[in-house]
Ligand binder design. Structure first.
Ligand SMILES: NC(=O)c1ccc[n+]([C@@H]2O[C@H](COP(=O)([O-])OP(=O)(O)OC[C@H]3O[C@@H](n4cnc5c(N)ncnc54)[C@H](OP(=O)(O)O)[C@@H]3O)[C@@H](O)[C@H]2O)c1
Length: 283
């Protein structure tokens, strides 16, 4: 496969940084981005990436300007919509602001960056868009209402976009990750704007305990996931000879979530089939 140029959002840590380094190691070009000053990702520049400042919550016109500059200077073959974080909180307790700011980054940020890149992909009738989904976008978990809502929204938007752009030879895939060992659950990164309600004490306490125990002990290895994601885009390694999957869960915990969800869905379809089918008009 020819050398590709990858534009990645959110490269200061975790999956984004790992992505950038793995792509460089495999001989492709990387445009690494960060919100704030590019000095935050100077180590990626030293490793060979081109670096730009890109806050996915910036106004759309600003994002379009940055993408235009990047495209004119380097071209873009693959967009990796990676930037994101967790707003935790029980559904009733979480501040409305918590939902709004979470959507600004995890959903509207993705929409804005993708819309800024699409005109270039349409023009050359080529390009690949990667979405970083989550097991939290397959099945909701207590204490993760704002986060899961954004990842479910992403799944729906991705499904629409994929069908609308396929005839333009624009490829896309959503990777649904389980728990991977990054800074995402670090107490300094995870936001928890909660208005505690005593009725929820046991659930909230269990969530706080779960997050504390999981942080730093997530089963998933980001390097392994990233190498698979690159294989999938390039049709190499584990993906050699395979068609681009519509979606790919990564991590045994994510597989368990997906299986449980689909088995439950199927059980509902089977148990309620007659009722479900009974709602059409009689004619
Ligand atoms: N790790 C997991 O278990 C897991 C599972 C499922 C999905 N994911 C998804 O994977 C993606 C990356 O997360 P991670 O695990 O690598 O966490 P991470 O280590 O915390 O990295 C998140 C990255 O997103 C950046 N970011 C946040 N808000 C941004 C904004 N407004 N504009 C630009 N960049 C922004 C952060 O930059 P700053 O340093 O400036 O904050 C950081 O570089 C997220 O979309 C997350 O939802 C992760």
């Amino acid at each position: 496969m020819p050398q590709l140029t990858w534009l990645i959002t959110g490269c200061t840590s975790g999956l984004g940084e790992t992505f950038a380094r793995a792509i460089l190691e495999r001989g492709d070009k990387v445009i690494a981005t960060t919100r704030g000053d590019v000095s935050r990702i100077s180590s990626l520049a030293e490793a060979g990436a081109k670096t730009y400042s890109l806050d996915v919550t910036a106004p759309k016109a600003e994002i379009e300007e940055v993408v235009k500059k990047i495209y004119e200077e380097h071209g873009i073959d693959v967009l990796v919509n990676n930037a994101g974080y967790i707003e935790a909180g029980l559904c009733e307790e979480a501040d409305l602001e918590s939902y709004q700011t979470q959507f600004e980054t995890n959903f509207f940020g993705v929409v804005k960056v993708t819309q800024a890149v699409l005109p270039y992909f349409r023009k050359k009738q080529d390009g690949t868009i990667i979405f970083v989904g989550s097991s939290g976008g397959i099945g909701g978990e207590p204490g993760a209402g704002p986060y899961c809502a954004t990842k479910f929204a992403l799944e729906g938007w991705y499904d629409c976009l994929k069908q609308e752009t396929a005839h333009l030879n624009i490829k896309s895939v959503i990777f649904e990750l389980g728990f991977f060992r990054t800074k995402i659950m670090d107490p300094n990164n995870i936001k928890f704007r909660s208005n505690p309600i005593a009725d929820y004490d046991p659930i909230r306490n269990a969530v706080v305990q779960f997050v504390g125990q999981m942080n730093g002990k997530q089963p998933g290895d980001p390097k392994k996931a990233i190498n698979i994601m690159i294989d999938v885009v390039k049709g190499e390694g584990v993906a050699e000879g395979k068609a681009l999957p519509e979606r790919l869960p990564l991590g045994s915990d994510c597989l368990a979530t997906l299986r449980k969800k689909r088995v439950n869905d199927l059980a509902i379809c089977n148990e309620w089939e007659d009722v479900i089918r009974s709602t059409n008009h009689d004619e």
